[in-house]
Design a protein around this ligand. Structure first.
Ligand SMILES: NC(=O)C1=CN([C@@H]2O[C@H](COP(=O)(O)OP(=O)(O)OC[C@H]3O[C@@H](n4cnc5c(N)ncnc54)[C@H](OP(=O)(O)O)[C@@H]3O)[C@@H](O)[C@H]2O)C=CC1
Ligand SMILES: Cc1cn([C@H]2C[C@H](O)[C@@H](COP(=O)(O)OP(=O)(O)O[C@H]3O[C@@H](C)C(=O)[C@@H](O)[C@H]3O)O2)c(=O)[nH]c1=O
Ligand SMILES: [Mg+2]
Length: 299
């Protein structure tokens, strides 16, 4: 299938470019200026020239703290831009695969969120992504939206790379242990999308293949638990690692508030698309192999 991917150098886009062709798909991946989500004319032109059979939106404004002071830009990309791209897909009756976030939730629920749980974002990024979900669903009835979380990969900016950098620079690192969720590796997310595409391409509007799905890695942890696993993996690959301490959100003030419990229940994507959450510890190991090299000791 010929797939247009919005985004080219982001974490997810890079993995889609690498993985979709393995399933026989042809990928055209474009980002600004060729495909700028804030420029309707560039969207029109990119879709016309690529003439795809499906469109995936892997482009987004993802700077959570900066979004607090760049509300207009966050909404232009994540809400209005996503909606315009979904509409361009709808105009050609193409399926649209979009990505959203655990940050659409407040994190106050006290239990993992299922796909129908009430949203209530704590910050501008989450608000803009929630507005994007609504814009996409309104613009194109053949849309599937995957809410995921804590995305990491060997490319781009992410928590794994931040921890490895801090580990090199400092003797000690402190990470919040009271925010719960689950890491998701971009490669696993790209594989899930590859698996969904044929069904989405064949399904008519109204089919259960469309709608909102949750997909993160498993098992659930905290940012501190994730940092522990990252440093254990780095140590097993012969790297010097810092002392890691557990702190609370109150000890680590940030411009944006983040959900205390953003765990996502991932049942629907298993029931409808046969996709199971991947074990993020194995994906982390592959990511560290790519970033550092293979393991030299048992961890
Ligand atoms: N990263 C995470 O932890 C999580 C991400 N998500 C969602 O997953 C999806 C993929 O995220 P991820 O790959 O990590 O994101 P990245 O930040 O790695 O990549 C986003 C890409 O979008 C591009 N982009 C930004 N603005 C525009 C624009 N106006 N037009 C076209 N392209 C633009 C960026 O380009 P440039 O670098 O030039 O700005 C970048 O290449 C997004 O929808 C995100 O919201 C969900 C949960 C967690
Ligand atoms: C760097 C660092 C962060 N933290 C905390 C801050 C925050 O609560 C948590 C994660 O920090 P980050 O800023 O790396 O992560 P953040 O940018 O909040 O990551 C989010 O990105 C967006 C795009 C999403 O959609 C979310 O799912 C999520 O992945 O760890 C520490 O406690 N110590 C540290 O040294
Ligand atoms: Mg960040």
């Amino acid at each position: 299938m010929r797939v247009l991917v919005a985004g080219r150098t982001g974490q997810l886009a890079v993995e889609l470019l690498e993985r979709l062709p393995r399933d026989g798909h042809k990928v055209v991946a474009l980002e600004a200026p060729e495909l700028d989500l804030t420029d309707p004319e560039s969207i029109r032109r990119a879709v016309e020239q690529a003439a795809p059979e499906a469109i995936i939106n892997a482009a987004a404004y993802t700077a959570v703290d900066k979004a607090e002071s760049q509300r207009d830009l966050a909404f232009a990309v994540n809400a209005i831009g996503a909606g315009m791209l979904a509409a361009a897909a709808a105009a050609r009756d193409l399926p649209f695969l979009h990505v959203s976030t655990d940050y659409v939730f407040s994190g106050d629920g006290g239990a993992p969120y299922d796909e129908d749980a009430s949203t209530g974002p704590m910050g501008v990024y989450g608000e803009s992504k929630l507005a994007g979900e609504r814009a996409v669903l309104a613009a194109n009835p053949r849309s599937a939206i995957i809410r995921t979380a804590w995305v990491c990969s060997p490319h781009g900016a992410n928590f794994v790379k931040t921890m490895l950098r801090l580990g090199r620079e400092r003797e000690a690192v402190s990470v919040v242990a009271d925010q719960h969720g689950a890491p998701t590796f971009a490669a696993d997310l790209a594989d899930a999308m590859a698996r969904m595409l044929p069904r989405l391409a064949a399904a008519p509007a109204g089919d259960p293949a469309f709608g909102v799905f949750h997909l993160t890695g498993a098992p659930w942890t905290t940012w501190h638990g994730f940092a522990e696993a990252i440093f254990a993996g780095a140590a097993a690959r012969g790297h010097k690692v810092p002392r890691l301490s557990a702190i609370t959100t109150a000890d680590y003030p940030t411009p944006a508030r983040r959900p205390a419990d953003g765990r996502l229940q991932c049942g629907r994507i298993t029931r409808i698309h046969g996709i199971e959450a991947a074990d993020w510890r194995q994906s982390l190991s592959r990511c560290l192999d790519a970033l550092i090299g293979p393991q030299t000791q048992n961890s």
